[in-house]
Design a protein around this ligand. Structure first.
Ligand code: PMT
Length: 407
């Protein structure tokens, strides 16, 4: 389950069906994202799609022949439409026109794309894009409902300025959003039915109305965990201190600022969780009495602040853990394993993820991390420098296995 961003769709066979509409040029960007992530993409274009963008563009970017007609004897001999349908792990129709949706809903197979879809066994993702009035047409909506009831997935269009000059719903979604929907549909769902509570990012503790005590956590490690858990089928509650990261799709994000807010939010959410992963860098100290007005500089002297301890959130969570799996991190600058073993035992954790935050490529702010996983059964595994997404994969492999054992 682990792997860097380039391998995210490695070995997956995707049939990308492209219908005629101005959004065809954006399907080119989607194709690029899919192939970049390692997917093998076979493109099927309708006759109208080819009026907007040449098949050569799709052929070049997919590095595969483009399928355009039922009666193309060369393509049919190379791989017939039935074989194309059978080898697919997923069908993505983007853009999907009202016409194609209507044909699929009514079982009409009068060109290569609709005929291939008739033979499809794999899941189907429809990405409609059209004029707002076409989108609102009850016949189209009825067809989409029929297809959803049959198990097809529909990624709803966005609201905005449409190419036809109208404003409203009907806009082709951002290709990155489609890519994420594809990834979700293709991922192994070994955390389906679980609720994973993730703490991420820094907490900031007020000094006065304009200043705070904080740390260098970017939230990357926690967000990678949240995203990966969602892809593996879990419901995810992500409690995050302030970060500059976009919210991961499909995740319930609760934004907090201070350790107190994070504590309250995580304890409230604990009831729903079956696993907890605490990647947040919670401030250990806060100003005992924050100033209500902005502090003024007076003379050349310094300033002494009285600090007090913040609550240990992970400690409190694990005291109430019951049957839950609880994972903590250990951010160390010396005696990595010794300190991590102590935290594993003291906080009654199932797993601790130890990172030496002084190493290049590890810890705060980096895209990668270098960690050792220490489990309650005494096993220890050191991983090489990996992207945080891949580290998240390893951690979730352990969480999924522990949840299976507990069932
Ligand atoms: O956000 P990034 O830029 O991606 O960086 C990732 C990271 C370095 C923040 C992450 O990999 C990490 O190590 N997170 C834990 C940071 C930390 O506070 O470690 P600690 O060893 O001080 O704390 C041990 C555990 O107790 C941690 O799970 C921590 O979340 C938790 N804790 C600590 C203090 C506190 N008051 N409450 C807590 O819950």
């Amino acid at each position: 389950m682990s792997g860097g961003p380039k391998q995210r769709l490695q070995g997956k066979q995707i049939v990308l069906g492209v219908c005629g509409g101005i959004a065809v040029y954006k399907a080119v960007e989607l194709l690029r994202l899919l192939t970049k992530a390692g997917a093998e993409v076979s493109v099927v274009m309708t006759a109208n799609a080819r009026r907007f963008v040449s098949e050569l563009t799709f052929q070049t970017l997919s590095n595969n022949p483009v399928y355009t007609g039922m009666f193309d004897s060369v393509r049919e001999r190379e791989i017939g439409h039935i074989a194309l349908a059978e080898r697919a792990d997923l069908f993505v129709i983007a853009p999907a026109t009202a016409n194609l949706i209507g044909k699929v809903a009514c079982g009409i197979a009068d060109d290569l794309l609709s005929t291939t879809l008739m033979a499809a066994q794999a899941p189907l993702l429809l990405v409609p894009a059209m004029n707002v009035h076409m989108w609102e047409n009850p016949i189209l909506q009825g067809n989409l409902k029929k297809l959803s009831d049959l198990g097809c997935h529909v990624l709803e269009p966005e609201v905005g300025a449409l190419a036809c000059g109208a404003e409203g719903k009907g806009k082709f979604p951002d290709p990155q959003r489609i890519f994420e929907a594809v990834e979700t549909l293709l991922h192994e769902r070994d955390l389906a039915g679980e609720t994973v509570l993730v703490g991420a990012g820094p907490t900031l503790e007020k000094i006065d109305p304009v200043r705070y005590i904080g740390n260098f956590s970017s939230g990357r490690m926690g967000y990678a965990l949240a995203r990966a858990a969602h892809l593996r089928g879990a419901r995810v509650i992500l409690v995050s201190g302030p970060t500059a990261l976009p919210p991961p799709g499909g995740v319930d994000l609760v934004a907090v600022t201070s350790a107190d807010q994070m504590r309250k939010t995580m304890l409230d959410a604990l009831e729903e969780a079956t696993a907890v992963i605490m990647a947040a860098a919670v401030a250990d100290y806060r100003v005992a009495e924050p100033y209500s007005q902005k502090l003024k500089k007076e003379g050349a002297g310094g300033l002494t602040l009285k600090l007090e301890r913040t609550p240990d959130i992970l400690q409190e969570l694990s005291e109430r853990k019951g049957e839950r799996i609880v994972v903590g991190f250990a951010a160390e600058s010396e005696n990595l394993l010794e300190n991590a073993r102590r935290k594993l035992a003291a906080k009654n954790l199932d797993l601790v993820v130890a990172n030496d935050v002084t190493l290049a490529g590890a810890g705060f702010g980096a895209d990668t991390n270098i960690v050792t996983l220490l489990a309650a059964d005494g096993s220890e595994e050191s991983l090489p420098c990996l992207p945080k997404e891949a580290v998240a994969g390893h951690i979730l492999d352990r969480v999924a296995a522990a949840l299976r054992r507990r069932r």
